[in-house]
Design a protein around this ligand. Structure first.
Ligand code: NDP
Ligand code: A1CAB
Length: 264
């Protein structure tokens, strides 16, 4: 197998879907295990990959092994697979807070580790993944893993010191963006718009605005100013958002998120 996933929940299935769709690997080259039988059933039926109830089997059969369980299960899973992971395999982690050093110590031997932080837009091929590696991973191996990660979006190599920040700015951030879309839709519904239309307008406005930032390279503040006509409607909304602490709320929320990751 080219690729194995230990834990096949939300994040793993989003990653696998993109990898298969973009033909990085075929379903036949991917295997996953999970403690929760319905997750495995769904992976087999919807993704067509190999599945097993044994984490060890995944580790034994895969060149690249993704640890896609919650951080609190990392220690148990690593202890379970350590004896079948040799120096040729690459371990990919996706959990917040689990450092390269901690992972290495848990294995108790020299193991190639690529630490990553993906996000769920991977499901639609628009994820972004922060990546760093330990000293045992060479440039070609890092590029190989990045190629896999690009199967479901962008991949950016960052210093490990920034990985907890990556968690708040992209790993967790889809949740805040969905809350923003939901809140905008609620306001539109309150003013009489049917809900399905409200989600369409709100989501497309966020999508289009994000695309403008990416494609124009302009400062977000300048793009905001372009929307605010003098004496117009937008500046009224901006005034209320500032009064209600919109930006400060986002900054404080993200600092809490980063600190939580640091504590894991
Ligand atoms: N969801 C997200 O947006 C993101 C998640 N991540 C990280 O990805 C990882 C997975 O998260 P997510 O996919 O959301 O979690 P899920 O709970 O959806 O998936 C994890 C799966 O692993 C199973 N599992 C638990 N223990 C074991 C075990 N010992 N052996 C095999 N399988 C096991 C779980 O079963 P059961 O339900 O029975 O416990 C569950 O089905 C986490 O580390 C998370 O922090 C990173 C970026 C974004
Ligand atoms: O909430 C979490 O802990 C995980 C990590 C990033 C997104 N979800």
């Amino acid at each position: 197998m080219k690729l194995g996933f230990i834990g096949c929940g939300n994040m793993a299935s989003a990653m696998i879907g993109g990898i298969i769709r973009n033909e990085i690997f075929s379903a036949d080259e991917i295997i996953a295990s999970d403690a929760f039988a319905p997750s495995l059933e769904s992976a087999k039926n919807k993704l067509g990959i190999h599945t097993t109830g044994s984490n060890k089997e995944v580790a034994r059969k895969s060149e690249v092994i993704v640890l896609s369980v919650k951080p609190q299960y990392y220690e148990t899973v690593i202890k379970e697979i350590a004896d079948v992971v040799d120096e040729k395999r690459i371990i990919v982690t996706i959990a917040p807070g689990k450092t390269l050093e901690w992972i290495g110590n848990m294995f108790g031997k020299a193991v190639k580790v690529v630490r990553t932080m993906p996000n769920t837009p991977a499901l639609v091929g628009e994820g972004i993944t922060g990546v760093c590696q330990n000293v045992l991973v060479n440039d070609a191996e890092l590029e190989y893993v990045c190629g896999i990660l690009r199967g479901f979006g962008k991949a950016e190599v960052v210093p490990e010191s920034l990985m907890d920040v990556v968690t708040s700015v992209s790993g967790s951030s889809p949740a805040y963006v969905f809350m923003f879309i939901e809140a905008m839709a609620d306001a539109a519904v309150a003013d009489g718009m049917p809900r399905d239309k409200a989600y369409k307008f709100a989501a497309q406005a966020v999508y289009g605005s994000a695309k403008m930032v990416m494609e124009t390279g302009m400062h977000p503040g300048a793009l905001k100013d372009m929307v605010c006509s003098p004496g117009g409607t937008t500046i009224e909304a901006v005034r209320v958002l500032e009064k209600e602490g919109f930006r400060s709320s986002v900054i404080e929320a993200m600092k809490a998120c980063t600190n939580k990751a640091r504590g894991l």
